[in-house]
Write a protein that binds this ligand. Structure first.
Ligand SMILES: [Zn+2]
Length: 150
């Protein structure tokens, strides 16, 4: 009654561990054990597989450049994570579109290249993701659209 129970690790069970890619402690599934201690774990957040540890090990490449504090107190379900990721991508896209200086009006019979920013009369600004002879795939903040150009 005096000693707190030690957490028991088992392969296939969930255990909190430090995740390098996530840069935080998150839920992991133990996938390999040595001497009763998890050896390898699978991150439930980002899906990366790495060695088990409880705190940040050696600092990764990239240095202290653009690291932002992650404010996240609750766990997200995979669907929420997917949603969050899409939102983040949308924010990045919106910023890129808003900051673009070389914006070309969308005109049929014009030739576009992937990576160009265009201004569509109906959809607004979008980024060309894929350009073919007769259609271009453009990422607007409202979604991906295929536009006929010929
Ligand atoms: Zn992770």
């Amino acid at each position: 009654m005096t000693q707190p129970e030690q957490p028991k690790f088992r392969v296939g069970h969930e255990s909190d561990a430090w995740c390098g890619p996530c840069k935080r402690i998150s839920a992991h599934i133990v996938i390999a054990m040595v001497d009763g201690i998890p050896k390898q774990v699978l991150c439930q957040s980002c899906g990366s597989r790495h060695n088990y540890r409880l705190e940040a090990g050696r600092s990764g490449p990239g240095g202290a450049g653009g690291s932002k504090p992650v404010v996240e107190s609750r766990k997200l379900s995979p669907a929420e994570q997917h949603q969050r990721k899409k939102q983040e991508e949308l924010v990045v896209l919106s910023k890129e579109l808003a900051a673009a200086t070389d914006v070309r009006p969308f005109v049929r019979r014009e030739v576009y290249k992937a990576g160009q920013i265009i201004e569509h009369p109906e959809y607004g600004r979008g980024k060309v993701e894929n350009a073919r002879r007769d259609t271009i795939m453009v990422r607007f903040s409202s979604g991906l659209k295929s536009l006929l150009i010929s």
